[in-house]
Design a protein around this ligand. Sequence first.
Ligand SMILES: Cc1ncc(C[n+]2csc(CCOP(=O)(O)OP(=O)(O)O)c2C)c(N)n1
Ligand SMILES: [Mg+2]
Length: 799
Amino acid sequence: MTTSATDHELALTTDAPLHVIDAWWRAANYLTVGQIYLRGNPMLREPLTAADIKPRLLGHWGTSPALNLIYAHLNQLIVRRSLDVLYIAGPGHGGPAIVANTWLDGTYSELFPLIAKDGDGMLDLFRQFSAPGGIPSHASPGTPGSIHEGGELGYSLVHAYGAALDNPELVVACVVGDGEAETGTLAASWHLNKFLNPETDGAVLPILNLNGYKIANPAVLARIPEPELLELFRGYGYEPILVSGGFDDEDPMVVHAAMAAALEYAAERISQIRLEARSSESASRPTWPMIILRTPKGWTGPKEVDGLPVEGTWRSHQVPLAKVAENPEHLAMLEAWMRSYRPEELFDNDGRAMPVLSSIRPSGAKRMSALPASNGGLLLRDLVLPLAETRAVDISAGRGVTAEATRVLGGWLADVARLNPHTFRLFGPDETASNRLDGIYAVTDKQWLGITEPTDEHLAREGRVIEILSENLVEGLLEGYLLTGRHGLMNSYEAFIHVVDSMFNQHAKWLEAARDIPWRRPVASLTYLLSSHVWRQDHNGFSHQDPGFLNHVVNKSPDIVRVYLPPDANSLLVTAEHCFNTRDYINVIVAGKQPAPTFMSITEARTHGARGISIWDWAGTEHPGTAPDAVLASAGDVPTLEAMAAVRLLHDAIPGISVRFVNVVDLMRLQTSDQHPHGMPSADFDSIFTTSKPVIFAFHGYPTLIHQLAYKQTNHTNFHVLGFREKGTTTTPFDMLMMNDLDRYRIAIEVIRRIPSLEDRYSSLVEFFEDERSRLRAYAYEHGEDSPDVTGWEWLGKG
Ligand SMILES: Cc1ncc(C[n+]2csc(CCOP(=O)(O)OP(=O)(O)O)c2C)c(N)n1
Ligand SMILES: [Mg+2]
C-alpha cells in the first residue's frame, strides 16, 4: 500500500477504533451484496440454495465497497468531531450501499417502519431492492440522507457546492467516480472552490474514488502518472491527499488506517481554514483539502469468475456473479463471498446490528442519513417577499408605458435579496447584467474568491449572485441550494438553456419521485428566467434564436412543470412573485429585456396571472352580445405586441370586424384539466376560444407546441398558430418577425383568410399588407434598422 500525501506527513492522528470501522464496512458490504442477490436466508443460517436467489440480479457492486468504506469512516469522524456532514454519492448507482448504511444507522427503519431493524427487516430490505414495487437501484429521493440521485453522472460536486453555500457549519463529503470525473460538468466543477467563502459557506470535501474503471473501460484519471494527477488537483487549487491500497490481498486494516488519517487531516484543515477566515480579515482563497482514494473496483468481491479476473477490473461494475441460481459453482462463490464478511460478528441472532457498531454511529440528526439539510424542506422558510406593487410600472397615464421587463424585475430582485440575505441567491452564466437584472447589484454583489482587479465591478467575497460560464454549473448550484432548503432563481439566455436540458430532466424526475416519499418535505421550486429571447437577439444571430426549451419542458410530469410567458413588465413581476411562493415545481418564465409597452396595471396583471388566460376586451374589437368573427390569441411579449398591432390594422381597414383578443400567460392553461392541474375544463376553454370560430394564435415559440397542448380542446381544429419557424439571422427585430411570418401584417392576413365571410372580399387588403411587408423589409435592408412605422408604433387603445 502506498499512502502518499502532498507535502505533509500523514501521521495516524486518529484514535478511532479501526476494527469497528472495519466491522461497519463489512456489515455494509454484506448488506449490499444481500440486496443485489438474496430473496431468502438473509443471515445465511442455512447454506444458500437457488431458491434464495432473486430471479433478476440487478444493481452495481463495483462502486459499492468504496462508498461503504467512506461512509464508515465519515461516521467515526462525525462522532469524533461532532460534525454536520452531508454525504453525496456521485456514483449513485451504488444505491444498495447507501441504503445499507442508512439501515445500519437505524434511520431507514425509522422512516420506513415496515423495514424493521432485525432479521425480518433485513430480508425485506433485500427483497425490495430493484424489485417491482420496491426501491430503485440508485440513491433516489427515497434514500435517507440523499439529495443526489447520481443516475445521470456528473452533478455530484456541483450539488455539493450548492448545498454548502450559506451553510457555514456544514461539511459536504462528495464521492466522485473516476468515470464520472470525465463528464463535462464534473470536470468544470472543481473550479467551484473559487466561489466558496470559508466565512459564510460550508466546506466541500471531494473524495475522488479512483477504482480504476467505468462500465467497460479504464478511467482516464486512474491511468495518468501519480505526479501528474496530484499536479492536476493542485492546479485546481486543492490540497490532494492520496490514499491508496487494497490491491494484491493487502490487509484492509492498512487502508483503514490511512483513510482515517487522511480524513482526520482533512477535517483539521477545514477547521483551521474556517477558524482563520472567521477570526481575521484574511482575504486569501483557501486551499481546501481533497482526498484521492485509490482502491480496487469491486474490492472484497469475487477475484475471478469463470477464469476471468473480476475484482479490481471493470467486470465487477454490476453483478460479478451473474448465473447464481443456475450455476452451483457461482452459488457457492456467492455464499463464500458473503461469509467472508463474517456476518456472525456483525449481526446478532435476531439480525440486529451488533452493539459494537454503535460506537461509530452518530446519533439523531447527526447521522448522515438523518441530516436535516438532506431533506431541505424541513429547513425551508418562506421568502420574505416585497409586494410586486412596490416596483410596478405605473400606467395610470394610459396603457403602453414603455419599460424593460427584466430591468423592472431586477429592482424587485434587489429587494428580495435585501430581505433574505442568507436564503436567496441569483445564479447565472455571465448574463445577469446582459439580461438587465443588474439592479440587484444595488444591494449585493457577485460572490468571487478569485483574484480581483481594480477594473472589476460588483465582485465580493460574499454576495447573493453567482456567475460562472457553465449553464450546467449554474443549474447544479441552484439544485443543490434548493434541495437543502433555500430559494433561488436562475437566469439564462433562452437559446442556451438547452445546455441543461438533461439536468432539468433529472431534477424534474427527482421532484416527481420525491412526491411519493412521505417524509420528504417540499422544497422551493426551481425557477428559470429566460431572457434575451429568440425575437430580440440584436447583437447575435441564428445561434442565439431558439425557443425550444419549452417543448422540452412540457413533456415532464404535469405535477412538476409550469410555463409562463408574461406579456409585460407588471405581469413579469407578479409571475415571479407567484413562482417564489411555489414548492416542488419547475417554473419556466420567458420574458424580454428590451423596451416594450406595459399593457396592464399591476392589479390587472395580478388578475390576469391568477386566471392564467384572459380575454382582453380593451385590446379586441369584439361586439358585446354577438359571437366574434375570430379569436386572436397571443402568448409571449413580442407576439402579443404584434397581435395587438394586427388588431389595429384590421380595425382600421375592415369596418365592424369583431375580433376577440385573448392573452395566455400560463401556457399550461391550454391543456385540459385532466391533463394538467392548470388545464382548463372544456366548458371554460370553449367560452374563451368558442367552439367553431377561427383562432389565430401568435406564439413566442414553435407553433407545434400550441397544437400539442391544445389538441384535446373542442375548437382545436380551428387553431392556426404562427410562431418561430426556425428562420433566423442577425437582422432587425421586425425582419425576424417577417422571416417567421409572425409580424402584424402576416397575423392580420391570417385573420382575414380564416374568416370565411372576409376571405374573398379583402384580397386587395391582403395584397396591401404583403406590399407593406416588402416595403418594411426593403427599409430595413437599406437603413440597417426598422422603419419608424414599426418602432414608433404605440398602443393607442381605448382602455
Ligand atoms: C451521464 C451518464 N453517462 C453514462 C452513464 C452510464 N453509466 C453508468 S455507470 C457508468 C460508469 C461509471 O463509472 P465511475 O464514475 O467510475 O463509477 P464506478 O466505477 O464507481 O462505478 C456509466 C458510464 C450514466 N449513468 N450517466
Ligand atoms: Mg470508477
